[in-house]
Structures are given as structure tokens and as C-alpha cells.
Design a protein around this ligand. Structure first.
Ligand code: ZN
Length: 188
């Protein structure tokens, strides 16, 4: 079963719009759009997806494909390619290529929108604050401790981890542990 909408499948012709690979493709919503329309999504392969989401896994050679994809006529693809070149800007070729891309003003503005995500949110997108009580939504193995925190456990008076909106701190089993925000639900 394809994860892509019919419209997106037709546009990308079942190929990754960044590197042209076939196989399993994922719809990638180009920030800060919400993906409501196909114009806000790019079809990408697993390799592109993994490296875009984990900057430390970037294999520079893979991204030579940007030489082609920056010339896409799809603005969302251009935006994604432009941002990826920015990530790779310590490479001369990437730096030069980014400087040569032609984009209209609107697309350039979209491309330059920075991801500002400093807000801590629970699994439902509710904003978390220090002092909140949260409930774990799954069993969690605690690194460095030989217990697992059980689903349903309430964690009181959490602390927000500064500089990392994906993490909070809280006490479970009398130990202060780091918990990923996607595994907690704010208790009201
Ligand atoms: Zn790809």
C-alpha cells in the first residue's frame, strides 16, 4: 500500500523527488506548511528521509542528487533541496549550487523560514510546562537503570530540558530520568 496520495504518486511518478530512487516513498511535509495540499508535500525515499531527519547520518555523496532536484518545477521540492544544500554548505559544491538556484521570491521566502521549535509538546500536541504532571503512554526502558517505567505511570512536577523540545525530566521510581515528550500525555 502506498503512503502517498494519488495526486502525489502521479506527480512524482513513483520516484523519490529528491534522488530519483524507486521503492517505498514517504510524503514529507515541508515546514512550516501543514501538508493539506499536495503542493506542500514532497515524495521522498527512505534514504533521503532518514538522512534529513538525522543530520549526523548524512552521507555527502548521496546528496549529489541535489544537482538535479534543485531544478525541479515543484516549489516544495526546490525548498527542500535548498535547505538540504544549506545543511551541506561546508561542501564547496553545495555552497555554490545553493547560490545558483533560481527561485521566485515566494519560494525563497518559504525556503528561508527557519524551523523554530522550542516548545515542548506532549503526544497530542498539548504544550507542556515545568511543574506539569504527565502520564506515560507506553512502557519505557530507562537507560542506565534496570527498570522500565510502566505505561500509565504519573510523573509529577516535570522539568523541561532546555535546548531540546523533545525531552523532559521527571522522577520515576525515585530516579530522575529523561523522558521523550512523544511518550507522555499531559494530565489535566
Ligand atoms: Zn531519495
Amino acid at each position: 500500500m502506498s503512503l502517498l496520495s494519488t495526486e502525489l504518486t502521479a506527480r512524482c511518478r513513483s520516484k523519490c523527488e529528491i534522488c530519483n530512487a524507486g521503492g517505498k516513498l514517504y510524503p514529507f511535509i515541508v515546514f512550516p506548511k501543514t501538508g493539506n495540499s499536495v503542493d506542500e508535500q514532497v515524495a521522498i525515499c527512505g534514504v533521503c528521509k532518514e538522512q534529513m531527519e538525522n543530520v549526523d547520518k548524512i552521507d555527502v555523496t548521496h546528496w549529489r542528487c541535489l544537482n538535479e532536484s534543485v531544478w525541479s518545477t515543484v516549489p516544495a521540492v526546490q525548498v527542500l533541496a535548498y535547505r538540504m544544500l544549506g545543511t551541506l554548505s561546508d561542501q564547496d559544491w553545495a555552497h555554490d549550487l545553493q547560490g545558483n538556484i533560481y527561485m521566485d521570491d515566494e519560494t525563497l521566502e518559504w525556503a528561508e523560514t527557519k524551523m523554530v521549535n522550542t516548545v515542548h509538546m506532549d503526544c497530542n500536541g498539548k504544550i507542556l510546562e515545568s511543574g506539569d504532571t504527565v502520564v506515560l503512554i507506553k512502557d519505557l526502558d530507562v537507560k542506565g537503570a534496570n527498570f522500565s517505567a510502566k505505561r500509565g505511570t504519573a510523573v509529577r512536577r516535570i522539568l523541561l530540558v532546555q535546548d531540546n523540545p523533545d525531552q523532559i525530566e521527571g522522577r520515576v521510581n525515585d530516579q530522575q530520568i529523561i523522558i521523550l515528550t512523544k511518550y507522555v500525555k499531559k494530565s489535566v
